[in-house]
Design a protein around this ligand. Structure first.
Ligand code: NAI
Length: 506
């Protein structure tokens, strides 16, 4: 296999540069490493040698191939040593002036056809290229940490980047086993932009005292299949990394309400409660293990009241079947009896609003999240309203836990927990399609590979049904009066027409 770039330079040999150099060598390029700090490039070469040695000892790499990779590495002592490179990728400090200066210096030493690539995660590729004589040769090449394991790379075209440059970079990434996705030069590119919904909406839910951090994590893991809950994830990434990203994207989009960060993370960052690495975050850590508070026990209830279901409940037939399976005594009259537990299953609205609009006794009204098929989830989520009596809350909890399935009872909130977070994720993704940040297919691919979500945001929207997502958002706007929930036109049109979110227009 002929490699796309025979000689590849890597400038900045920290965590990212090292991983990029590994990929380049494995793609068959000769790799020249340079770092401003004396000895750093040699350290990176030594570390890569030992990585390949370990891989070959474990039988994961042919020893001859490992040796070839090692032989292909060279250390540069100054930038002019990169003169013969066909591609130079930088992974230095994240500062516009420093990156611009580096590329200006590189332009002085490399040949006219040499491609220049930046691994920036937050700066504009167009702005970096503005300092160059030939900005058409510069593209964004955004890898994720750790590079060898996170097998996706965003190829970003600045305003002046030549399409051929992007095409070749994409082809090159396939040679080292990565999946390239194409992005326009917009704040956060694909993954960091699409990732705004999960944490920020979960923080809003927590900020409204709907549920505690551990309960929100449990709900999103068990209902939607996220591998990590949003607070576990923020503890792992650490708030000194994730809070500035939230602020940066919000500011770069001129205070777009959808990306508004939370005072919770600002305060925790200020207090140094940043996550697992300091042993203190949304969870406390002992010997590196999160101390997870126990779930509230299922209340003991001797006699369960009869149950009446609102005619407007989402998935009403499935809810009836579930109640039958749980052995509930179901009322079928037009109105509930005076002793009935009243169940509502709203999409986007809160239990309070439904009780008021449907003229139900709020003291006996409890909500259940039926957005997803009960059989497809590992947890049921109930919500009380401020007037719900404790005997009714306990009865609902005990009833829905009868078959042993986990149940969380949260405070009233338009959209419970999962509806809110998922609708926000889908809406942001739909808006990215509207803005042409990338293709719908690349969006889902990048998020699945880069964030490890159980499915791409658009596929998530299709699973719930675009019309349902739209209804959730419209109703949440009613409850909160907050522009952050206004649906993207991309979602509105597809929801109204009953089209898939990945449907391509002619
Ligand atoms: P790092 O701090 O581990 O390594 C940076 C290296 O660059 C250091 O060895 C430093 O001596 C060298 N350096 C700094 N200025 C230089 C210059 N002017 N010329 C030559 N070498 C210079 O940082 P890390 O984590 O490897 O990140 C590097 C870049 O990659 C940043 O721009 C960052 O935004 C981007 N990035 C980082 C990710 C991460 O998760 N760490 C993810 C995606 C992108």
């Amino acid at each position: 296999m002929q490699t796309v770039y025979r000689i590849c330079g890597v400038v900045g040999t920290g965590a990212m540069g090292r991983g990029i150099a590994q990929m380049a060598a494995q793609a068959g390029s000769e790799v020249i490493l340079f770092d401003a700090q004396e000895g750093a490039a040699q350290k990176a070469v030594d570390a890569l040698r030992s990585t390949w040695l370990k891989l070959s000892e474990k039988g994961k790499m042919d020893p001859a191939v490992a040796q070839n990779c090692t032989d292909r590495l060279r250390v540069a002592t100054s930038l002019p040593d990169l003169a013969e490179c066909h591609l130079v990728i930088e992974a230095i400090v994240e500062r516009l002036d420093v990156k611009q200066r580096l590329f200006q210096q590189l332009e002085e030493v490399v040949g006219p056809d040499c491609v220049l690539a930046t691994n920036t995660s937050s700066l504009s590729v167009t702005a970096i290229g503005a300092a160059l004589k030939h900005p058409s040769r510069l593209a964004g090449y955004h890898f994720f940490n750790p590079v060898p394991l996170m097998r996706v790379v965003e190829v970003i075209a600045g305003l002046k980047t030549s399409p051929q440059v992007c095409q070749k970079l994409a082809e090159y990434s396939r040679q080292f086993g990565h999946t390239p996705v194409s992005a326009q030069d917009t704040p956060g590119f694909i993954v960091n932009h699409a990732g705004r919904g999960y944490g920020t909406e979960a923080l809003r839910v927590a900020g409204e005292q709907v549920a505690d951090f551990a309960t929100i994590d449990r709900i999103l893991r068990d209902q939607m299949g996220f591998r990590l809950g949003p607070f576990e994830l923020m503890d792992l990434t650490a708030l000194d990394v994730s809070h500035p990203v939230m602020e940066s994207i919000y500011r770069q989009y001129y205070d777009e309400p959808r990306y508004r960060p939370s005072v919770i993370t600002a305060q925790r960052l200020a207090g140094g409660v940043v996550g697992k690495k300091v042993g203190d975050g949304f969870y406390a850590y002992v010997d590196g293990l999160a101390q997870i508070p126990a779930e509230p026990p299922v209340p003991q209830v001797d006699t369960l009241p009869p149950v009446w279901v609102s005619p407007k409940a989402a998935r009403r037939q499935e809810l009836y079947q579930l109640l039958k399976d749980l052995g509930a005594s179901i009322e079928t009259a037009a109105a509930p009896s005076s002793s009935a537990l009243i169940l509502v299953a709203p999409l986007g609205l809160d239990v309070t609003t439904l009780a008021a609009v449907e003229r139900l006794d709020p003291a006996r009204t409890v909500g259940i999240d039926m957005m997803l098929d009960d059989k497809a989830t590992r947890r049921r989520v109930l919500a009380t309203n401020p007037a719900t009596r404790s005997d009714m809350r306990n009865a609902a909890h005990a009833l829905f836990a009868r078959d042993g399935k986990a149940v969380s009872v949260v405070r009233d909130s338009g959209g419970f927990v999962t509806q809110r977070v998922v609708a926000t994720i889908v809406n942001i993704a739909a808006d990215m399609c509207q803005q042409g940040v990338c293709s719908p297919a690349d969006l889902d691919l990048a998020v699945t590979l880069g964030l490890g979500y159980p499915m791409g945001p658009l596929a998530m929207g299709d699973r719930i049904g675009p019309a349902n997502v739209l209804e959730i958002l419209f109703n949440m706007q009613t409850v909160y009066g907050d522009p952050r929930y206004r649906p993207s036109p991309w979602l509105r049109r597809r929801g109204a027409l009953g089209l898939s979110l990945t449907h391509e227009e002619a």
